[in-house]
Design a protein around this ligand. Structure first.
Ligand code: NAD
Length: 250
């Protein structure tokens, strides 16, 4: 799709230098938006603009959001997408690790949103889209900490939607299944048998393949854009049917 439904729109995408965030930034840009990517890595291709930010550091976030809003002349769309993974059961991660991952995946979104809200309130069509995960509700094994952060993101999305409804700011989230991004490539590189691991990840999804970053980006753009004007507080699964079909492993 190459429509101009985001013409004139000013967007910030966190974690915009890789994977789902980069695909989202590219799609928004292709459809007419001006996009600033806030990321630990500020190297992004033209016409995207990169600003270095660590979402776990409030000072860094405030400076980066202010720089982005100044560069763009305001802000209409915020995509809270930066996130990190964690593996294991509750016994496998200590308190410091729980705090570290929550600080990025949950409080990071809060920090960026807090800094962005004064700008979004000035927008005629403001929208926030948070990248959640099917891990929020799926009960995945060996993902206790990660799943807990994404459960918090789902709850936060609904609470934010309620709090900012009267201000005209819509807030939704996407729940990707396993999406083929550099994150998954890193996991595969660590596996004893990467090919078998990839096949197992694909088989977990009813469609029998991984989701693409572009498919998640398209859903984020729908939730951020004018076609979803009647939608807020909702979560949209992009998971190869994993949550909706309720299939059991054969
Ligand atoms: P990725 O690793 O390819 O990209 C993540 C980006 O976030 C990177 O550019 C990284 O530099 C940035 N980032 C990490 N920590 C940061 C911090 N403290 N401050 C600023 N930027 C930071 O990962 P991805 O697969 O594109 O994942 C993006 C989001 O999608 C995450 O929130 C993840 O939880 C979610 N998600 C991914 C999948 C999947 O299968 N890939 C599935 C469900 C949800």
């Amino acid at each position: 799709m190459t429509g101009g439904e985001f013409d004139g729109v000013r967007a910030v995408v966190t974690g915009g230098a890789s994977g789902i965030g980069l695909a989202t930034a590219r799609t928004l840009s292709r459809r007419g938006a001006r996009v600033v990517c806030l990321d630990l890595n500020d190297k992004v291709e033209e016409p995207l603009t990169g600003v270095r930010a660590d979402v776990s550091d409030d000072g860094s976030v405030r400076a980066a959001v202010a720089a982005a809003a100044e560069h763009l002349g305001g802000l209409d769309v915020l995509v809270n997408n930066a996130g990190i993974g964690a593996q294991g059961t509750v016994s496998d991660n200590d308190d410091a690790e729980w705090h570290r991952v929550f600080d990025v995946n949950v409080v990071g979104m809060v920090r960026v949103t807090r800094a962005a809200l004064p700008h979004l309130r000035e927008s005629p069509a403001a929208a926030i889209v948070n990248t959640c995960s099917i891990a929020a509700t799926a009960g995945l094994p060996q993902r206790a900490l990660y799943s807990a952060t994404k459960g918090a993101v789902l709850a936060l999305t609904r609470a934010m939607a309620a709090d900012h409804l009267a201000e005209g700011i819509r807030v939704c989230c996407v729940n990707p299944g396993t999406a083929h991004t550099p994150w998954i490539d890193r996991l595969l590189a660590e596996a004893d048998d990467p090919e078998a691991e990839l096949a197992a990840l694909a088989a977990r999804q009813p469609t029998g393949r991984l989701v693409t970053a572009e498919e998640v980006a398209a859903a984020i753009c729908y939730l951020a854009g004018p076609d979803s004007g009647a939608t807020t507080g909702t979560d949209l699964a992009v998971d190869g049917g994993m949550s909706g079909l309720r299939l059991r492993p054969k």
